[in-house]
Write a protein that binds this ligand. Structure first.
Ligand code: GTP
Ligand code: MG
Length: 206
């Protein structure tokens, strides 16, 4: 699939204010600075469509981008834990959980993790939360340009050992990407293209 048009639509703090159109939507989520906004720019071949920064916390709202006039890419703020005061229970920020629990247009989320690091508790917890809430998702390893291929393989194996030990029976579908080297672009776009095709086939039947 080729992206021929990509435009910013709107930013919102709340999911109920997001666009109402029933077209397929793909969201990028992960810790701050993992490369969510950069990946959107890489996929759309537009350098500054989504705002990026070396400093964590750049993206603060739910940002919708309309692609080829008939589907959305969504850039989200990074997640972290928010403390629920009395119970000392740690949870993800409400605008993020609300988005995933309420956004009916979402057909697949991409959970980004930095390929350079060992599995982090917050990422493992988020993957578990997605599974528990039956949100369809894939994983994307980012910043692959920073490591040699053998280390990339080792780090993915370590990640999947942790996931299959603690969270899922099988590792979720995964992509390896580098926004600076344009790695993984074709794979991701063809995956999205397949889901879109199924979506439009099903809606035309009705
Ligand atoms: P928040 O909006 O703060 O949650 O961050 P984000 O996940 O959107 O990250 P962003 O795309 O703003 O990128 C953060 C930093 O990582 C920037 O300095 C990017 O240039 C850098 N970066 C992103 N992707 C890559 C990549 O594939 N390779 C390398 N080397 N750097 C990257
Ligand atoms: Mg961002």
């Amino acid at each position: 699939m080729k992206i021929t048009a990509a435009e910013f639509v709107m930013s919102n703090a709340r999911v109920d204010k997001c666009p109402k159109e029933s077209i397929p939507e793909y969201a990028f989520i992960g810790r701050s600075n993992v490369g969510k906004s950069s990946l959107i720019n890489m996929l759309t071949s537009k350098k500054s469509l989504a705002k990026t920064s070396g400093r964590p916390g750049k993206t603060q709202l739910i940002n919708h981008f309309k692609i080829n006039q008939n589907w959305f890419l969504v850039d989200l703020p990074g997640y972290g834990y928010a403390r629920v005061s009395k119970k000392e229970k740690r949870t993800f920020q409400k605008y993020i959980t609300d988005y995933f629990l309420q956004r009916e247009q979402l057909v697949c989320a991409f959970v980004l993790v930095d390929i350079r690091h060992e599995p982090q508790a917050v990422d493992i917890d988020f993957l578990r939360w997605m599974g528990e809430n039956q949100i369809p998702f894939c994983m994307i390893f980012t910043k692959a340009d920073k490591l040699k291929p053998a280390v990339i393989d080792q780090n993915i194996a370590a990640y999947n050992a942790k996931i299959t030990e603690e969270v899922f029976e099988e590792a979720p579908k995964q992509f390896v990407t580098s926004s600076s080297k344009h790695l993984g672009k074709e794979e991701l776009l063809s995956y999205i293209g397949e889901i879109n095709e199924q979506f439009f086939k099903a809606t035309h039947k009705n």
